[in-house]
Design a binder for this molecule. Sequence first.
Ligand SMILES: [Zn+2]
Ligand SMILES: [Zn+2]
Length: 277
Amino acid sequence: MLTDYHVHLRPDEAGSDAERHFTAANAERYREAASEAGIRELGVSEHVYRFRQALEVWDHPFWRQQAVDDLDEYCAFVREQTDLRLGLEADFVPGREDRMANLIDAREWDYVIGSVHFVGDRAVDHEGWDAWEGARDADEVWRRYFQTLGEAARSGLFDVLAHPDLVKVWGKGRPRPAGDLRRFYEQAMDGIAESRIAIELSTAGLRKPVGEMYPARELLEWCLEAGCPVALSSDAHVPEHLGHGYEQALELLEGLGVSEICVFERRVRRPEQLGPS
Ligand SMILES: [Zn+2]
Ligand SMILES: [Zn+2]
């Protein structure tokens, strides 16, 4: 079994409206590309902040710009017009756990992917809201990122922890802490170990300046030792990215002795044998 669960039916850029992308024909393009890549389990997980209902959780100016679509229309579209699993990529917003829980629990997902894109009101992966501007040093950004990641896992809101070291996305394009990075991973490990949340192995980083999968091998090893299962995804925003870099991902997982990946249905997790089918 191969999965691709962290998938967007449209690019993040402005102009990628729901009317054009939430269509049966577009879903079919994704299904066909997945089949060609040998991916049987396919789901979509649109960004929560692109829906108006997200503003009840957080009224960040970036979200206000982005929140134009209706979350229930998205759910109805996926359930009624596609054969895809219904997921959501939901940001973890510290202090807003109850509000996010209300948004999530009001709808029937197959899975909810939890992401940390922001530390405070600054983003680690968005130039317009750059977390490095005004930060004392790279250590501060990384420490806050991994602390927030641990809180996200511990919150119990999510089935999968997305791109677990996203903070490295810019590679050499942003200051990077010197030395052994495990001192940062440590900040997240208690929350991850307590929750046993599924850890996303994301090949998206291969397409980003950092040129590496998320998470780093050392962090993935710690998560495995803590008893967390793996969820495999590409974070595709176009059909061509489905299953991108999976050979490399499978090689890594095989090297770590991982033989099972997570499959989700109505938020129930089960293991399946990993590999092309
Ligand atoms: Zn993300
Ligand atoms: Zn995503």
